[in-house]
Write a protein that binds this ligand. Structure first.
Ligand SMILES: [Zn+2]
Length: 58
């Protein structure tokens, strides 16, 4: 689950980017702050960036 670092509230319906092994994947959280993407335990070098800027999908 992704949480706000300050409030500890779940981050719902926000965009994020996961950088996994140098590959960037884009996703959004659901209302409970859960990510759509399953992070493989075998992956290394994972970074999650919350995307705050306005942008379009597709
Ligand atoms: Zn997005």
């Amino acid at each position: 689950m992704l949480k706000d670092e300050l409030t500890n509230e779940p981050l719902s319906n926000i965009c994020y980017e996961i950088t996994k092994n140098g590959e960037i994947m884009h996703g959004t959280t659901d209302k409970n702050g859960f990510t759509e993407l399953i992070i493989d335990d075998s992956a290394f070098d994972i970074k999650i960036n919350i995307t705050c800027e306005e942008h379009r999908h597709g």
